[in-house]
Design a protein around this ligand. Structure first.
Ligand SMILES: Nc1nc2c(ncn2[C@@H]2O[C@H](COP(=O)(O)OP(=O)(O)OP(=O)(O)O)[C@@H](O)[C@H]2O)c(=O)[nH]1
Ligand SMILES: [Mg+2]
Length: 247
């Protein structure tokens, strides 16, 4: 049986609060959105104040997410039907590569992520330390999370440790950074939420160094009402294991 991988590298802090303008212009921030019309505009404005290249992938929303995103200055790609967060991320990553992105950040549209965390994701890539930064709320911080969600996320970490044999501290965190080289090696095939586990397997196997970066996640009343149900965890495990057995 394969050995459990040693703990992933961890960023030790000391990261500058902002990146040079020349680097910021090479960053593409990919924001998947599904019925996030209420929150996505403010998220885009906050990100665009610092990172000009913001790509929203409107995942077949039935609300005005796409219009709000375009008004806030994002480049908007649309799925004609709702395909899931995994599919939305892959669409955004492919587009960013095509556009010549040097660094790619994935960032949620429900207001849970902080723009201030982006330099810490890019810095180790910029300095050649690794190619993939995985955000960790358990190394950084998390506000207003329900204990039941925290427990499920911890179970997810244990699942990843046992099944994928990767020791990281926050498997289902959508805040990540990739070098162009790494983004080209990632091919998400699980359209819905199980993509996070598939992604970790690809990170493990892609032959590039990776590490974890402390980030802060804030759960708001809006994001809690809009976010995942705990029962979704069963679907994630089922989709992921089915793919592993058949794929
Ligand atoms: N739920 C859902 N989100 C999608 C979909 N496609 C894209 N997304 C976006 O993916 C991001 C993460 O979705 P969430 O449902 O908040 O998932 P999460 O943050 O892992 O879960 P919570 O901890 O419950 O917030 C959000 O920006 C969504 O708008 C989809 O089909 N369903
Ligand atoms: Mg969320």
């Amino acid at each position: 049986m394969a050995q459990v991988q040693p703990n992933a590298n961890v960023s030790s802090g000391g990261v500058p609060p902002s990146l040079p303008e020349s680097v910021r212009e090479e960053v593409f921030v990919i924001i998947p959105a599904y019925n996030e019309g209420e929150a996505v505009g403010a998220v885009i404005e906050e990100v665009r104040a610092i990172y000009p290249n913001v790509v929203v992938v409107d995942d077949g929303s039935k609300d005005h997410s796409a219009d709000v995103s375009a008004k806030a200055g994002a480049l908007v790609l649309r799925h004609a039907i709702n395909r899931g967060q995994g599919a939305a991320l892959q669409t955004g990553i492919d587009f960013a590569i095509e556009q010549g992105a040097k660094y790619i950040v994935t960032f949620d549209s429900d207001g849970q992520h902080r723009v201030e965390d982006i330099p810490a994701l890019i810095d180790p890539i910029l300095n050649g330390r690794w190619d993939i930064s995985l955000g960790s709320r358990f190394l950084g911080g998390v506000e207003n999370i329900k204990p039941s969600r925290k427990f499920l996320l911890r179970l997810g970490v244990l699942f990843t440790r046992i099944v994928s044999r990767v020791r990281i501290t926050d498997t289902h965190n959508g805040l990540r950074g990739f070098s162009r080289k790494a983004a080209k090696r990632i091919h998400i095939t699980l359209d819905r939420m199980a993509h996070a586990s598939e992604l970790i397997d690809q990170v493990r196997d892609c032959g590039l160094p990776y590490g974890e970066v402390p980030v802060h996640i804030r759960y708001t009343d809006y994001s809690k009402a809009k976010g995942q149900r705990s029962t979704g965890a069963f679907k994630i495990v089922f989709h992921y294991l089915f793919k592993r057995m058949t794929g």
